[in-house]
Design a binder for this molecule. Structure first.
Ligand code: NAD
Length: 505
């Protein structure tokens, strides 16, 4: 067999090898995309080096992938849930066994720190274990009807689902989408972001090794064009999309043409509210977790930090001190806490938000600049120092728009009523957070925040048992938790007559 992507990629970080094989996967093996399509360079964010090339899939490729997925679906959907669970548990075991290697590849392709990438990989195998556990529990209802008649419901898979992912959690997103899909008996054709094409292929190779039928989890590479082909394809039953609001709207529109089910996991501009009665050190730590994981490129980040005026000076002093101490640099080193942003354009976009904030009157308390690590091999990497913005107002661009970089906007407030109104004054609704010691206030505020998640006295905790998803323009549908079974299955009602037919005709 050809060298696996997992074996080939890590060497790239040493600067000695660039992976050259095809990065699509269907019919149980890696496949090259159609001839003639121009390939695109994929970069290593920490060094700016070309890591590999990705050729976007065209119509024939997407058709081939979907055909192989359909064939696999016909076999897989006939298995009992417990049989599917066994295969998924084996895949989880393999991921766990290779967690360090997979995390290293994720770092090389994404730029996040190895410490975070290891957590992402762990979350991925936990997700497979969780949905393997649920696969055997899928069941319907029995409903007694008059005259001995009865009905029952069957929970059935949807068919071939498409997964379209963002670049910030490449391996984890592929697992979050495929695990519930496969547990319910579906097949999945997954399209990663063109900037992070690699680790989804590793997942495909692992699923195959674990024993899924060839074609059950396919990977097609490409950008908008390939994504469009998936959303328009009549043989796709559902699209689960993670990405920005503008793309999400297009996905929904295209899916409507053939009435596909859609899950949209979109962007956010989440509020984090810090009341004066909180445990301040925890609130400061929470604010950092809410803003700086994965270089601030996290959809549910609490980037509007509302601080009650009385504790503002202490909060700012502590948060700035801790932010300045964040170790930025080689993401493959254990001690690094912040790696590189995904791309040069993304870095420039985020720095542009900081300049705009300054023009609009915000004060930079720290960071907000390009960062050049001392290690010569990282000189061309896309690093930036994490930024705290003070003197922010609700009407500023940095407070209204999703920045998707390490920029925290701090806003003072006086009363609970006022802060709730301001926190909810956004078209987004992905997440929210509150720090307070007053339990009544904590639950009251949680109930009033218009967001799919509210964290009380912590932030950015997303275990697989807990549903995750948005309100308002941050999307709909959920990932993780038991409820996601409903987004990857459909109910069939079977009505059984036990007597004679009473006909009106
Ligand atoms: P994006 O919308 O640019 O791209 C997302 C995916 O959609 C990519 O795979 C891309 O190739 C594909 N795509 C682009 N145009 C398409 C089209 N016309 N049809 C079909 N597919 C198309 O987003 P991004 O820049 O990759 O990711 C950042 C965004 O994702 C942020 O807004 C972030 O908040 C959001 N995000 C949300 C979640 C969540 O769970 N809610 C998680 C991670 C990221």
């Amino acid at each position: 067999m050809a060298q696996s992507v997992l074996d080939a990629m890590p060497a790239a970080s040493t600067g000695t090898l660039v992976f050259t094989g095809p990065l699509n996967f269907w019919g149980g093996r890696r496949e090259a995309a159609r001839e003639g399509a121009p390939s695109e360079a994929v970069y290593e964010p920490a060094t700016g080096r070309v890591l590999c090339h990705m050729t976007p899939c065209g119509e024939e490729d997407v058709d081939a992938a979907i055909r192989s997925a359909r064939a696999a679906y016909l076999q897989w959907s006939q298995l009992a849930g417990m049989e599917r669970a066994r295969v998924m548990l084996e895949a989880a075991r393999i991921i766990r066994e290779r967690r360090e290697k997979i995390a290293k590849v994720e770092v090389v392709n994404n730029g996040k720190s190895i410490t975070e990438a290891l957590v992402d990989v762990d979350v991925a195998w936990q997700c497979l274990e969780y949905y393997a556990g649920l696969a055997g529990t899928l069941s319907g209802q029995h409903i007694q009807l008059p005259g001995g008649a009865f009905a029952y419901t069957r929970r059935e898979p949807l068919g071939v689902c498409a997964g379209i992912g963002a670049w910030n959690y490449p391996f984890q997103i592929a697992a979050w989408k495929s695990a519930p899909a496969l547990a319910c008996g579906n097949a999945m054709v997954f399209k990663p972001s063109p900037m992070t094409p690699v680790t989804a292929v590793i997942l495909a190779e692992i699923y195959k090794e674990a024993g899924v039928p060839d074609g059950l989890f396919c990977v097609v590479q490409g950008g908008a064009e390939t994504g469009t082909l998936l959303c328009r394809h009549p043989a796709i039953a559902k699209v689960s999309f993670t990405g920005s609001v503008p793309t999400g709207k297009k996905v929904m529109e295209m899916s409507a043409k053939t009435v596909k089910q859609v899950t949209l996991e979109l962007g956010g501009k989440s509020p984090l509210i810090i009341f004066k009665d909180c445990e301040l050190e925890n609130a400061v730590k929470g604010a950092l977790m809410a803003n700086f994981l994965t270089q601030g490129q996290v959809c549910c980040n609490g980037t509007r930090v509302f601080v009650q005026r009385d504790v503002m000076p202490q909060f700012l002093e502590q948060v700035v001190k801790r932010t300045k101490a964040i170790a930025i640099g080689d993401p493959l080193l254990d001690g690094t806490r912040m790696g590189a942003l995904i791309s040069k354009p993304q870095l420039e976009k985020v720095l542009g938000f900081v300049s705009q904030a300054k023009k609009e009157g915000a004060k930079v308390l720290c960071g907000g600049d390009m960062f050049v690590p001392s290690d010569p091999k990282l000189k061309a990497g896309y690093f930036m120092s994490p930024c705290i913005l003070d003197d922010c107002r609700d009407d500023m661009t940095c407070v209204k728009e999703e920045i998707f970089g390490p920029v925290m906007s701090v806003l003072p407030f006086d009363t609970e009523e006022e802060v709730l109104q301001r926190a909810n004054n956004t078209t987004f609704g992905l997440a929210s957070g509150v720090f307070t010691r007053d339990i009544s206030r904590a639950h009251r505020v949680a109930s009033k925040l218009e967001a799919g998640t509210c964290f009380i006295n912590n932030y950015n905790i997303s275990p697989v048992e807990v549903p995750f998803g948005g309100y308002k323009m941050s999307g709909f549908g959920r990932e993780n938790g038991q409820v996601t079974i409903e987004y990857y299955s459909q109910l069939k009602t079977v009505v059984v007559e036990m007597g004679d037919v009473e006909s009106l005709f």
